[in-house]
Ligand binder design. Structure first.
Ligand code: ATP
Ligand code: LTN
Length: 332
């Protein structure tokens, strides 16, 4: 029943969204929106842990909201909110940070990876280290029972669990201890230029990701230049044929045709033909989303209202949890 399990999840407005964000995250939320109470965040406080430009951040926050709606999140069922509009997130993150051992944060894989990039550029900021504490606050404020995330975020949810357990042990039952719900393998979309890396907003190579708002010409171009594997067969085998397997997953997810069926229909055919059909399937698959996106862009005010209402609704839940935390730790 709805209400029994609440889910918080979010995407950083750190750039244009790609089909990986759609297939790996947003589409999963859409599947859950009738059975769960979903709070879909646009996590701008997380976005500023890596270098950003103010105007781009503002635009990306609004665009991310429009993509959520265009993809099919129904604002009557799902709460759409902007993380920075609910100050409880920052306040709880501060409190939880005082109870989180430094060593646990330094061990996080994402911190080590992004830290390395940051060290080379502008130096490592404390916000990057504290990223998982803020994420724990996001999850714990809403008493989230399960967190559906990709493998890359599993470690962060584990940390949220241990922070919740530690707090509950010290101050009494306060937080629901969240469980990780790992997305299946096929929900992980890889880069078109390097099938060993996940498709990502911040990849330097413009051809590595298909953006949700890409024009047909750009989609054809990117798929045409996507890397393939040695050997000619078109079959799903992520170990031996990572690039072609990734293309098959994208084809299947966006056309609704099972991978098995695609393998059969391209048996003995050339990569060129496969790629050209794949491009058309992606173009068709994204059409409804893109049409809605164009409509929404013409009605930004309505989107802003949805975000304002959603953030108010989220704040009402978050403030309840925060009030109990403040009381327990002894604030006057
Ligand atoms: P960045 O490059 O800025 O880190 P990103 O594209 O990796 O961004 P996130 O904002 O970190 O995206 O992730 C948002 C959501 O999208 C998460 O739930 C994440 O698991 C999912 N996601 C991101 N990339 C992929 C991908 N390639 N395949 C499947 N899911 C993805
Ligand atoms: N760190 C996540 C985004 C994120 C999130 C969350 C996901 C921020 N807060 C809370 C689930 C629950 C990411 O990079 N994908």
């Amino acid at each position: 029943m709805k209400g029994q399990s609440r889910i918080f999840s979010g995407i950083r407005p750190s750039g244009d969204l790609h089909i990986g964000n759609y297939l790996g995250a947003i589409k999963q939320w859409i599947k859950l929106q009738d059975s769960h109470e979903i709070i879909a965040g646009i996590v701008d406080l997380h976005a500023i842990t890596t270098p950003h430009e103010p105007e781009k951040l503002r635009r990306a926050t609004l665009e991310t909201a429009m993509v959520y709606l265009a993809a099919g999140l129904d604002p009557n069922k799902v709460t759409l909110m902007v993380q920075s509009h609910v100050p409880a997130h920052t306040e709880l993150a501060w409190i939880l940070g005082t109870m989180t051992p430094l060593g646990e944060l330094e061990r996080m894989t994402q911190f080590k990876e992004k830290g390395r990039e940051a060290a080379a550029r502008q130096g490592i900021m404390a916000g990057l280290l504290n990223y998982p504490v803020l994420m724990a606050a996001d999850i714990l404020l809403y008493q989230t029972a399960v967190v559906p995330v990709g493998e890359d975020q599993e470690q962060h949810v584990e940390l949220a669990r241990s922070i919740a357990e530690r707090f509950n042990n010290k101050y009494g039952e306060t937080f629901t201890v969240p469980a990780v719900q790992l997305q299946k393998e096929s929900a992980r979309i890889m880069s078109l230029t390097d099938p060993e890396k996940k498709m990502s907003k911040s990849d330097e190579s413009a051809k590595s990701a298909i953006m949700l708002a890409d024009e047909p010409g750009a989609i054809r171009e990117k798929i045409k230049s996507a890397v393939t594997d040695s050997g000619k067969e078109i079959r799903y085998d992520p170990d031996a044929k990572p690039a072609v397997s990734n293309l098959l997953v994208i084809f299947s997810e966006l056309s609704g045709r099972p991978i098995k069926e695609l393998e059969e229909s391209y048996n003995g055919k050339a990569y060129a033909e496969f790629k050209s059909d794949l491009a058309e399937a992606v173009i068709e698959g994204l059409k409804p989303l893109q049409a809605k996106l164009t409509e929404l862009r013409e009605n930004e005010q309505a989107v802003l209202t949805i975000l304002r209402d959603g953030s108010e609704k989220a704040a009402a839940i978050a403030n309840k949890t925060l009030a109990s935390v403040r009381e327990k730790i002894g604030f006057l």
